[in-house]
Design a protein around this ligand. Structure first.
Ligand code: NAD
Ligand code: WQD
Length: 351
């Protein structure tokens, strides 16, 4: 394993949910970190809490710039000031429903932003990237567990941005073999840092299951709509592979090290999941147990576009990155509840 001392990493979208948790781990592992984020879906308080969590010494190794990847000038300013060894690229919009109503916003933000980033990286001869892809690229898989060599499909404009960006990465690396690009396909990231100081804080009504359950538990929402109770699964609700965000953060460190150390990595995709499927109703029960709160539910029709059951094959990441998820659903719910209970209104004060 190569020494990571003073290696300088640019983290785009580092003020967001997965970004903040990954930045904490990067700093603890001895990397210098520079975040660029336009704060479109995050707040500066989250970065302040990252500083608080790592303490004053490691905090000195963290820089934050408010900037937008759609403006090449914002990225250029950073690269002209310092050398980056690699980029972890989280920045992007991620709401599936919003992408259906406003695809141009998604193509502009996710595609143009990423192309600007590649251009600036190439200009400054920084050619290593760890990219946030998603299990969404498997569409509605015909078989489970999902293997990295499955056929890829997109079900909506958001998914299409991830699929296109994977293809763009493969094309760039094929044309210029010195690039090293790791595509990380996250399954369903949940949970929070064990301190309860950072966590997911969606704006508006949450789209995803766990933030919704969390807001029911703290009394911000009256009940959970369970979308689908007639799926061919054990309890009739849909099955997903939930993964603790701290496991995900460690998966990024493993991927980054592979990128930095392995000249032959090329452009390679890895699933980051636990390999275990959990149903919506099982997740509700696990959260009730962890929080001691009753989560009222309403059984509703299926949500359009949802798959019955999706979970990852984790063999490739285990074998090639030496990474495996440590936490189960119990720890995910425990830490998500700790975050919710300490911050019922997220990073904001009660409105
Ligand atoms: P997030 O919204 O919390 O974080 C993304 C961050 O990127 C935000 O802080 C946002 O302000 C910033 N950003 C967006 N567009 C930007 C731009 N043009 N310039 C600069 N900053 C910009 O989301 P997250 O859950 O942390 O997700 C991170 C990445 O992982 C995203 O690319 C997302 O698509 C992907 N992903 C997320 C999930 C999930 O369920 N959370 C699953 C699979 C993949
Ligand atoms: C999980 C299950 C819902 C909310 C999404 C994106 C995917 C990736 C991860 C970014 C489903 C059910 C949900 C609710 C419910 N993101 N549910 N009531 O759909 O697996 O994946 O996030 O890349 O691209 O599509 O996650 O958390 O929305 O839903 O019953 O209020 O919970 O129907 O079965 P999903 P989710």
């Amino acid at each position: 394993m190569g020494s990571s001392v003073e290696q300088n990493i640019l983290v785009t979208g580092g003020a967001g949910f997965i970004g903040t948790h990954t930045v904490v781990q990067l700093l603890k592992e001895g990397f210098k970190v520079s975040i660029i984020d336009n704060l479109d879906n995050s707040v500066i308080e989250a970065v302040d809490r990252v500083r608080e969590l790592v303490g004053p010494d490691l905090s000195k190794k963290l820089e934050f710039t408010q900037g937008d990847l759609r403006n090449k000038g914002d990225i250029e300013k950073l690269f002209s000031k310092q050398r980056f060894d690699a980029v972890i690229h989280f920045a992007g919009l991620k709401a599936v429903g919003e992408s259906v109503g406003n695809p141009r916003r998604y193509f502009d933000n996710n595609l143009v932003g990423t192309i600007n980033l590649y251009e600036t990286m190439a200009k400054h001869n920084c050619k290593m990237m760890v990219f946030s892809s998603s299990a969404t690229v498997y569409g509605q898989p015909e078989k489970i567990p999902c293997m990295e060599d499955f056929e890829l499909k997109a079900m909506n404009p958001y998914g299409r941005t991830k699929l296109f960006l994977e293809e763009i990465a493969r094309d760039i690396q094929a044309a210029e073999p010195e690039w090293r690009i790791v595509l990380l396909r996250y399954f369903n990231p949940v949970g929070a840092h064990e301190s309860g100081r950072i966590g997911e804080d969606p704006k508006g009504i949450p789209n995803n299951l766990m933030p919704y359950i969390q807001q029911v538990a703290v009394g911000r929402l009256p009940e959970l709509n369970v979308y689908g109770h007639d799926y061919p699964t054990e309890d009739g609700s849909a099955v997903r592979d939930y993964i603790h965000v701290m496991d995900l953060a460690d998966g990024h460190i493993a991927a980054l090290r592979s990128c930095l150390d392995d000249p032959k990595i090329g452009c390679t995709a890895y699933n980051l999941g636990t390999g275990r499927g959990t149903s919506v109703l099982e997740m509700v029960a696990a959260f009730e147990k962890a929080s001691g709160k009753k989560i009222p539910i309403k059984l509703c029709p299926r949500r359009s576009g949802d798959a019955t059951a999706v979970y990852a094959s984790t063999e490739k990441a285990e074998k090639e990155l030496g990474w495996k998820a440590k936490y189960g659903v119990e720890e995910m719910c425990r830490d998500q509840w700790n975050w919710a209970n300490n911050n019922p209104w997220g990073y904001q004060k009660k409105p």
